[in-house]
Design a binder for this molecule. Structure first.
Ligand code: NI
Ligand code: MN
Length: 234
């Protein structure tokens, strides 16, 4: 039987993907201080690439340390790549919205997100470009949309139309991103068969719940994959 995609939720918005072709991608390098990451999952092992949607510390906080430890390529916007290069990271793959890069046989396309992107360095706010989402087309054709941190936006319809994703990873926690109701609307616009909720429950102010999300999405026939941190889905 050919291998299929496997992905492990490391809590919050951090996922470790093992592609059908055996590539290991870490999306949102935040594990060391991620309170939702199980202790046994903090060592992510060998990686081919690290993908970063925006500069906030709950997504990119461990980018430099993991890139240094693994030697993995880092896919991110230009500003985040420059920021990491200043920390001595060499294997960066800067890109912009609408662009596609290849990681082995996987196509990684950067798409829009409605959010911010910055980090605090020595008590100063550093601007880290425009926030993004990613469309990942794996070796077997399976296509996933990883939204990053974002509100619902109308061009999610275009992402559905152009890339025809099978699977989506959507934030539902509210406050800093869309909540369950808007995320449920996104599911319809994207046309996916399966959806993984993320960016909820990590902190008390992220009040959106998978239960609210499921109640809105499951009646439409789309499968909601509610993972526990550390759990792997295939
Ligand atoms: Ni953010
Ligand atoms: Mn966030």
């Amino acid at each position: 039987m050919p291998a299929s995609l496997a992905y492990t939720w490391l809590g919050h918005s951090t996922f470790l993907f093992q592609s059908p072709g055996g590539r290991r991608l870490l999306v949102e390098p935040w594990v060391a201080s991620n309170p939702a990451c199980p202790e046994h999952a903090r060592n992510v092992g060998a990686l081919d690439a690290i993908l970063i949607s925006h500069g906030h510390s709950d997504h990119a906080g461990d980018a430099a340390s993991i890139a240094r430890a693994t030697g993995a390529h880092v896919v991110a916007n230009y500003e985040i790549c420059l920021w990491l290069e200043a920390k001595g990271i060499v294997n960066t793959m800067p890109m912009g919205h609408g662009g596609t890069v290849q990681i082995g046989g996987i196509s990684v396309t950067m798409v829009n997100a409605v959010h911010g992107s910055s980090a605090i360095e020595s008590d100063r706010l550093v601007y880290l470009g425009q926030p993004a989402g990613y469309v990942l087309r794996f070796e077997d054709g399976l296509t996933a949309y990883f939204a990053g941190d974002t509100d619902l936006f109308g061009d999610m319809r275009l992402i559905g139309e152009i890339y025809k994703p099978d699977l989506a990873f959507l934030p539902i926690g509210d406050r800093f991103t869309m909540g369950p109701a808007a995320a449920a609307r996104a599911v319809g616009w994207l046309g996916v068969r399966q959806v993984v909720p993320m960016h909820y429950g990590t902190f008390p102010f992220l009040t959106g719940t998978p239960a609210e999300f499921r109640a809105l999405v499951e009646p439409t026939g789309v499968q909601v994959l509610e993972l526990r941190p550390g759990e792997t889905a295939r």
